[in-house]
Design a protein around this ligand. Structure first.
Ligand SMILES: [Mn+2]
Length: 424
């Protein structure tokens, strides 16, 4: 962890500027009838889970270029996640991927407590083979034509639930790479039936207070057809499984230009939106840092979430799912956390009464202008104040760099070519 006095010192150098900026923004918002303190309280209350697998350098199918001081195992990853939370106070939980993060649950709990973290949704992995497994997932897992292979994949998911129960997790996210690469290779209908049967077996093993999330993705690694290719199939799955099954929306898992905020609205209407994997993309499942390519899209998604936030039963699992190839993963996760929080705060200052009035009058121009007025508002002082009041860093990246944490880790953690994959 980073020495608290270093964060204090870094903040001391920025406090005076922050006070001026915060007061100025507060005065501007007050003229629009918005209480800055209410927004700051919302920023303080916002949290997003960090993916354990995001703390290492990801890689593409061409190569992986490891960075210095990368985590060697889940304990190192939890240390890094602890630093991200220490600097932002907005990432209180970590999402684990099994078997990459497999360890004695008592050790996981002890480490999480040491670094001040909890555990979010568990993620299963039946998209690659492990050295000790009986059947291969080359031709699929939960939808495989072979019953023994399907059972092995089911058993793995049940094991993920068991580990999750021991560490306080309450959800399992299932994403499978199953599909086909050639027309005719598989029966599109029977493959989905096999998948549903396997998911029902996992669902049957779900504890009462748990949820199972179905994560869709348009393509890759299967390039002709994918079993759970879009939100329609994901919704069908969740509806057929039962009330504890919901859909998880990974922002990068859609065709370019798909209107994701509409998917969000529809899934909330169906009572089936479970959560998100936040990231950004230019072309496909790029897994770029949140808010770096299309910040307005991220804002529009949060605009739906804020508009519908009082929907009974809505309980969203916010998670980041990114792959970092050319940046320090800790810095990318810090910045993404801030961008997600920014979209949430900006969506929170939309003048909803005015917006609804323009909708009733069919005033499209002013309705759009109402959203833009919120999106254009620079809420950085609110994010900074939320961090300052929680003893996090006013400027978390600058403070992280000043701490020398990465250099210390580079000295402690010998570089290895190994490490969990990045793109899921
Ligand atoms: Mn994902």
């Amino acid at each position: 962890m980073i020495d608290a006095s270093l964060i204090e010192g870094e903040n001391a150098a920025r406090n005076a500027d922050l006070a001026v900026d915060y007061d100025a923004l507060g005065a501007r918002l007050a003229r629009r009838g918005i209480d800055i303190e209410a927004l700051t309280a919302r920023a303080v209350g916002f949290g997003v889970a960090v993916p354990s697998w995001g703390t290492g350098t990801g890689g593409t199918r061409f190569a992986r270029f490891p960075g210095a001081g990368e985590p060697r195992d889940i304990m190192d990853k939890l240390d890094d996640c602890g630093v991200i939370h220490q600097l932002t106070r907005a990432t209180p939980r970590v999402s684990l991927h099994i078997p990459w993060d497999k360890a004695d649950p008592a050790d996981l709990l002890a480490k999480a407590q040491e670094v001040g973290l909890g555990f979010d949704a568990m993620n299963s992995n039946t998209f690659q083979d492990q050295p000790d497994q009986g059947s291969s997932y080359k031709y699929g897992s939960l939808s495989h034509v072979d019953a023994a292979t399907r059972q092995q994949a089911v058993d793995h998911n049940l094991e993920c639930i068991e580990i999750g129960q021991a560490i306080g997790s309450k959800a399992l996210t299932v994403w499978i790479g199953d599909g086909s690469n050639f027309p005719g290779q598989t029966s599109l209908s029977r493959q989905f039936e096999r998948y549903l049967d396997a998911m029902k077996a996992i669902y049957a093993g779900l504890p009462e207070d748990w949820r199972i999330f179905s994560e869709h993705k348009i393509y890759e690694p299967a390039f002709y057809s994918t079993v759970v290719q879009d939100w329609g199939t994901s919704l069908l799955t969740a509806q057929e499984l039962g009330p504890k099954a919901q859909c998880l929306v990974d922002l990068g898992h859609h065709a370019p230009n798909v209107n994701i905020e509409m998917i969000v609205a529809r899934l909330i209407r169906a009572g089936k939106l479970g959560g998100f994997h936040f990231n950004d993309s230019k072309y496909g499942d790029d897994d770029l840092d949140s808010g770096t390519i299309e910040p307005f899209r991220l804002f529009l998604i949060f605009n739906e979430l804020v508009e519908l936030e009082d929907t009974p039963g809505l309980n969203l699992a916010h998670m980041i799912d990114q792959s970092h190839n050319v940046t320090d993963p800790i810095e990318s996760l810090i910045v993404s956390t801030g961008e997600i929080q920014r979209a949430y705060v900006q969506a929170s200052l939309v003048d909803r009464a005015a917006l609804e009035g323009f909708r009733q009058e069919n005033d499209a121009l002013m309705a759009a202008a109402t959203l833009r007025a919120a999106f254009r508002t620079d809420v950085e002082p609110i994010l900074q104040m939320a961090r300052a009041r929680q003893d996090a860093a006013i400027d978390p990246v600058a403070t992280y760099r000043a701490s020398g944490y990465r250099a210390q880790m580079a000295a402690q953690r010998p570089q290895s070519a190994a490490g969990g994959g990045g793109i899921v």
